[in-house]
Write a protein that binds this ligand. Structure first.
Ligand SMILES: Nc1ncnc2c1ncn2[C@@H]1O[C@H](COP(=O)(O)OP(=O)(O)OP(=O)(O)O)[C@@H](O)[C@H]1O
Length: 254
């Protein structure tokens, strides 16, 4: 029997006042798979991510997380999702530790479980020494690490990471990339957007290219080069060729 996809997008469409930001997206991501979602500025990546998390209602189409429709069964779907937004939203007047306790409470974790998980994640993100400082006084990178820790509190099976290495120094970025690989090995499905093509190339099992709201290519970096008509090309060359002015046919959903 085929495994239920971790993430399934069916004909997902979003129109902002007549402007088609995302058009008829079909995509399936397996448990344990890392899917890199690439596209130029304004291509529709963040809009798609927000629809996947249930923050933005689609104009049409649907999103299923482990078989649960994000809009019909929001509690079941959202319990499976960890989301790191491109702009982390944190409670600036709480300390790092307090914020994680607060979020654990919102997830319905017991106080003991929440506290233990908070300590584990503070240590994982290298924030233990800063745990009693106000988030307001954190650097951009430290705030990003807090957003990652928060997304992991409830041990999600699906991780949606929007520009997750933004603001991280080289060592922290390396650590986060290694963590993403380790989570995928444990069966977590990961979708990540990034403008850094080397990150997409290193981490992704499969890469999807969104251009003007449409998924125009989908496959490994080598397959994208084939789809661009340039076998052996680098991901950068394929990206530039595929997102040039001529619109290729829409990619097959995987
Ligand atoms: N709330 C909104 N109202 C109107 N248009 C919007 C809104 N949010 C996004 N858009 C438009 O939808 C398109 C897709 O935007 P989106 O933020 O999804 O792009 P993106 O691929 O994430 O871009 P970037 O790489 O620059 O973050 C853009 O043309 C943008 O201007």
């Amino acid at each position: 029997m085929a495994t239920t996809p971790a993430i399934l997008l069916e004909n997902l469409t979003k129109t902002y006042g007549g402007f088609p930001a995302v058009q008829g997206l079909n995509l399936s991501v397996r448990p344990g798979e890392i899917f890199g979602f690439l596209g130029a500025n304004g291509a529709g990546k963040t809009t798609t991510m927000k629809m996947m998390v249930g923050l933005l209602p689609p104009t049409s189409g649907r999103v299923r997380i482990l078989g649960h429709d994000v809009w019909q069964e929001p509690a079941k779907a959202k319990r499976a999702i960890g989301y790191v937004p491109d702009t982390p939203i944190l409670h600036e007047l709480l300390t790092a530790r307090e914020f994680l306790w607060f979020m654990a409470d919102l997830y319905g974790m017991s106080r003991a479980e929440g506290k233990a998980r908070a300590e584990e994640l503070l240590a994982l993100m290298g924030l233990t020494a800063q745990a009693d400082r106000l988030i307001r006084d954190f650097s951009l990178g430290m705030k990003r690490k807090m957003a990652i820790a928060t997304a992991l509190l409830h041990r999600p099976r699906v991780l949606l990471l929007d520009e997750v290495t933004n603001g991280l120094d080289a060592r922290a970025a390396r650590e986060v990339k290694d963590l993403v690989k380790a989570w995928a090995r444990e069966g977590v499905a990961v979708v990540l957007t990034t403008h850094i093509l080397s990150i997409a190339e290193e981490l992704s099992d499969r890469i999807g290219l969104i251009h003007r709201g449409r998924l125009i290519a989908n496959g490994t970096a080598a397959e994208l080069a084939e789809q661009a008509g340039r076998p052996g090309a680098s991901l950068e060359e394929s990206f530039l060729a595929l997102t040039g002015d001529e619109l290729p046919e829409e990619a097959d959903p995987a």
